[in-house]
Design a protein around this ligand. Sequence first.
Ligand SMILES: NC(=O)c1ccc[n+]([C@@H]2O[C@H](COP(=O)([O-])OP(=O)(O)OC[C@H]3O[C@@H](n4cnc5c(N)ncnc54)[C@H](OP(=O)(O)O)[C@@H]3O)[C@@H](O)[C@H]2O)c1
Length: 329
Amino acid sequence: MTTTMKAIKVANPGPTYVLELTEISKPAPGAGEVLIKVAAAGLNRADIAQSMGMYPPPPGAPDTLGMEASGEIVAVGSDVSKWNAGDKVCTLLGGGGYAQYCVASEHCLLPIPKGVDVVSAAALPEVHFTVWTNLIDSARLKPGDSVLIHGGSSGIGTAAIQLCAARGHLVVTTAGSAEKCAACEKLGAKRAVNYREQDFVDAVKEATGGKGADVILDMVGGDYIEKNFRAAAIWGRIVNIAFQKGMTANVNFAPMLMKRLSLMATTLRARSNAEKGVIRNALLKEVWPLIDAGKIKPVVDRIFPLAEAQAAHARMAQSEHTGKILLRL
Ligand SMILES: NC(=O)c1ccc[n+]([C@@H]2O[C@H](COP(=O)([O-])OP(=O)(O)OC[C@H]3O[C@@H](n4cnc5c(N)ncnc54)[C@H](OP(=O)(O)O)[C@@H]3O)[C@@H](O)[C@H]2O)c1
């Protein structure tokens, strides 16, 4: 049996980073873990930050890139009862997905939904774990709520629009071109605003009959923090998953007080496997049936061979994509 495998390593973490295909040791599953022969890995914007040396993996995670993957279980560690060699799965990872094999916690494993091929399934874990825990656990999304989703054409945005539309919510979203706006409306958004041309606050007010959005999922930050206060309904809940436009802002908090708003922010990666397992269970119950039924689909932008990870990163860095970029093994 071979003890090494091909994987992508960052040769020189920093602004001019180079992704190299190298040979590294094949990992082995520990207690509560499985070894997966990877079919595909999903790209995430955090992979770019990690490659630039700005986002180290959490303690205990491999230092190779890759926060999600799909494939076939080929070995099972001790204390794993529900999964067997031969099972096809997709999974959230602390790291190590850009490789021929990866080790995953049993708490993070999900079956491949009906009608989804094993490669496309790599587009599912990170977006659905993130969207579910932020919209449902943090923002307490309830039936009838309207939702503003920023960055609608992102991996996260395309999943959030579909989930909200499938659950009957009115969705307004922002995206950076007419084509991306059209793609978001096709996925179920009632209104997609080209943020380069129009103010989203007016559009949200218009789409919600002047009320504002009950829930806002934001990945932009900066001046959007205060604009979100203006776009929110009374008792609105705003959750930030990133601050691409800036971690600091000069904000007038008066509307937050007057409208009784909640502002939250969370990250997923550093949470414990047990905590991720709770989210996984909710996805199995509430989201996987919607994917099985074809009401939510993986939105795959482009699939690159593993050796072309650098080109895949360039496509994401330039924001040329709609949905998820994948690496095929
Ligand atoms: N906190 C967490 O646990 C967590 C988990 C997963 C992801 N995230 C974060 O969530 C974000 C999305 O992740 P991803 O992997 O889906 O990345 P992605 O596909 O690269 O998405 C980034 C998106 O941000 C949009 N954007 C940039 N500036 C904008 C603006 N001013 N207004 C509206 N949209 C704007 C881009 O839209 P245009 O191309 O149209 O400009 C693009 O669609 C990333 O920042 C990522 O780090 C956080």
